[in-house]
Design a protein around this ligand. Structure first.
Ligand code: HEC
Ligand code: HEC
Ligand code: HEC
Length: 433
């Protein structure tokens, strides 16, 4: 099933927002609270709430369960997928419109088995196919935290799912084919850190909800994070196990941690949906959990050999090709050089390098084209509160010009990859992102 487009959630700064923030701030004060908490029952409850607040961030529950400009966790966000538009439910403890009447066991059944309180089968647009790996203890902590939020009475419109997918009982067949409930099982041969990373990446972090190839029924091919086009949106989520794409076998764990927590490193910058994931979720990872994720991610491509350059390489540059690239260079000099530099090296931490950048050379080329058409910002995070952005070129350059300039940046400064056509560009213009 497709993964949503979730755009910037601007909260209204109202009371429930501040109550919510108070819990988050509280959550960041864990050690101090430990000392202050008097009786042990109180302290274990407080600890569970803080743990729940943190895990809810790691699972990015709020990112999907909050409408644009809406109340946190009250649902109403519209997720466009190839199966229709899903409207997320209210998961605040409101008894009428939320999950106020739910028990711990009901919640476990939803997260672990993808079944609602009344036994209704849930669509995997809710990534329970990944959340099923979460332990009961963590699920209970998330539930306790959600139940501590202010109840918000908000009924959301029904989802608008296309025929025949709107026939919920069909999900029983889908589940029989593609879903197996089961908590993450650590691999004995690996370290605790690796296992913690695997648990987070495969489970709550639900990276595979995007970083995988899906069949026509929206089921993922495997859970190996081998990359895939995200259904319902034009972005390609690269393979996290291939060095040609976003594998990090030759990165240091520090560098991976920086990418996860800030979305920007000297050789890569997160864009589009991945920038949203960093902003809404990954920036809040504890140092320990970020390290663990990095160790696991690095291991996915550690033994892979391969060079970065992909696609067609040219041993001889023909006259027409040179002319083509020369036109691209002129456009680059006029529109891009000021930020990305004549040498394509950018400005570290501010403007990403395009030279040697895998996202620029990647096939499919959709992300590079989308970056040029739509512009964008790296994620706003605590460590990078005011990132520099890139303007959209959709209105400034014609499709042919975008094709020329993208072909140029894919084939200069040592970069090599297939040329882009105006048709490639046109295909990436339908974006709702
Ligand atoms: C990718 C978007 C997405 C994320 C992330 C997400 N959800 Fe959901 N969730 C949905 C959608 C869509 C549904 C409705 C599915 C359906 O109608 O079958 C849903 C349904 C639910 C339900 C069932 C509600 C009901 O009334 O039956 C619960 C409970 C829930 N989510 C909790 C969570 C929690 C807890 C998290 C974080 C750990 C989370 N969700 C993260 C999209 C998401
Ligand atoms: C909502 C879909 C989505 C989810 C969920 C998601 N990603 Fe991504 N990710 C993308 C897309 C799209 C890109 C390509 C754009 C880019 O390079 O930033 C990407 C890129 C990346 C990159 C390469 C960044 C670069 O520029 O080199 C890494 C590493 C990555 N993701 C890791 C993760 C991890 C780890 C998780 C889970 C914790 C995750 N992603 C969850 C969509 C997603
Ligand atoms: C005002 C400065 C500025 C200008 C002008 C500019 N860019 Fe960018 N560019 C950026 C920033 C900042 C980012 C990071 C955006 C993000 O994270 O979404 C970026 C990102 C990119 C990316 C994605 C890189 C990646 O790793 O995912 C590509 C490709 C790109 N720019 C190409 C171009 C081209 C081609 C032009 C000219 C047509 C151009 N840029 C003009 C600032 C600029």
């Amino acid at each position: 099933m497709s993964y949503p487009i979730f755009s910037v959630n601007c909260f209204k700064f109202n009371t429930s927002f501040w109550k919510y923030m108070a819990v988050l701030v509280f959550a960041s004060l864990t050690p101090a609270v430990d000392v202050l908490a008097g009786d042990s029952k109180h302290s274990s409850e407080t600890q569970q709430l803080m743990r729940g607040a943190y895990l809810t961030r790691v699972g990015n529950c709020m990112g999907c369960h909050t409408a644009k400009g809406g109340q946190p966790f009250a649902g109403g966000l519209r997720l466009s997928t190839s199966f229709g538009i899903f409207v997320t439910p209210n998961i605040t403890p409101d008894k009428g419109t939320g999950i106020g009447l739910w028990s711990k066991a009901d919640f476990w059944q939803a997260l672990h088995e993808g079944k609602s309180r009344d036994g209704r089968l849930l669509y995997p647009a809710f990534p329970y196919t990944e959340y099923t790996k979460v332990t009961r203890q963590d699920a209970d902590a998330i539930f306790a935290y959600l139940q501590s939020l202010p109840p918000i009475s908000q009924s959301n419109p029904p989802s608008d799912i296309f025929f025949p997918y709107n026939f919920r009982p069909l999900l029983a067949i889908w589940r029989a084919l593609y879903f197996k409930a089961g908590v993450f099982q650590p691999e004995q041969s690996q370290s605790d850190t690796w296992n913690r990373g695997a648990y987070l990446v495969q489970g709550l972090g639900h990276c595979n909800a995007c970083h995988t190839t899906r069949n026509v029924l929206g089921a993922s091919k495997d859970d190996a994070l081998t990359g895939g086009q995200i259904m319902g949106m034009g972005w390609y989520a690269p393979s996290l196990s291939s060095r040609m794409e976003a594998g990090s076998g030759d990165w240091t764990t520090e560098e991976i941690v920086t990418l996860l927590k800030t979305g920007v490193t000297e050789r890569a910058v997160t864009s589009g949906p991945m920038a949203t994931v960093v902003r809404q979720s990954l920036q809040y990872l504890s140092q320990e959990d970020a390290d663990a994720m990095a160790v696991y991610l690095k291991s996915l491509s550690e033994n892979e050999s391969g060079t970065v350059a992909s696609g067609v390489t040219f041993s001889v540059m023909t006259g027409s090709l040179l002319k083509h690239l020369n036109q691209g260079r002129q456009l680059y000099d006029k529109h891009c050089k000021a930020c990305h530099g004549a040498d394509g090296k950018g400005v570290p931490g501010i403007y990403p390098a395009l030279a040697g950048n895998r996202s620029v050379m990647m096939n499919p080329p959709s992300n590079a084209i989308r970056s040029v058409l739509n512009g964008g910002y790296p994620p706003t995070t605590a460590e990078n509160p005011r990132p520099y952005g890139m303007p959209p070129f959709q209105q400034i350059l014609r499709n042919e010009e975008v094709a020329l300039v993208v072909s140029y940046i894919r084939n200069t400064w040592g970069n090599r990859s297939r040329l882009i056509t105006a048709i490639d560009v046109d295909r990436n213009k339908d974006s709702r992102y």
